[in-house]
Design a protein around this ligand. Structure first.
Ligand SMILES: [Zn+2]
Length: 204
């Protein structure tokens, strides 16, 4: 068997490292609020939650809560870090609700999501932000009149639903560190991935 060239070997080493960006070392994660401060803020902003620990195992969550509403009800209660709950509340209040009011002249009844906490890794070997309760996958939104705006159905066809989804995703980039959308790859064809990890990306 021919010996692989030095360039090929170097490429094989570099590829997994460059998969998530051009830097080899991940940047330092953003600072977290202390549990007391964070929980007090959840109460102040009317986030509906109960304190709940992550299942014991390899994926602990720093300061975890099970959240049922962030100003708007979630389609089902979700386990997450307190810091993520605060960011989703800010995103709901500053981006989602104003966009729905401006474009459809009504409020939002529900944030439809696929999940938050999941003890799993990424293909690159690093733990996903979902494994820390720091990410949510949003499938769509239900407006007050029952209209559903779905990432899967409405991201591409021209019209007000597409414009709403793209405006919401763009607004999310001002709140979260990473915003992945159907523009990112086919893994995200049906949801917006929003997280508060160290890496920054805005795929809108
Ligand atoms: Zn995700």
């Amino acid at each position: 068997m021919p010996k692989p060239s030095r360039a090929a070997l170097l490429l094989a080493v570099m590829l997994p490292l460059t998969g998530c960006g051009s830097r080899y070392e991940p940047p330092r994660p953003p600072p977290r609020l202390s549990p007391d401060v964070c929980l007090a803020q959840l109460g102040q902003f009317n986030v509906k939650y109960v304190k709940e620990d992550a299942p014991e195992g390899r994926c602990p969550i720093y300061d975890s809560v099970r959240v049922s509403a962030t100003g708007v009800p979630l389609s089902r209660p979700a386990l997450m870090s307190c810091d993520l709950a605060l960011k989703i509340e800010k995103f709901t209040r500053e981006v989602v609700v104003p966009q729905a009011q401006a474009r459809f002249h009504q409020g939002v009844r529900e944030i439809i999501h696929f999940g938050t906490y999941s003890c799993r890794g990424r293909p690159g070997g690093e733990w996903s932000e979902h494994a820390k309760g720091n990410a949510i996958d949003i499938a769509g939104f239900k407006l007050a009149d029952g209209t559903v705006i779905s990432v899967k159905q409405d991201w591409n066809p021209r019209g007000p639903k597409r414009d709403f989804l793209r405006a919401v995703a763009k607004g999310a980039c001002g709140v979260f560190s990473m915003v992945l959308t159907p523009e990112t790859n086919s893994d995200h064809a049906n949801h917006l991935h929003l997280d508060i990890g160290a890496w920054r990306k805005c795929d809108v």
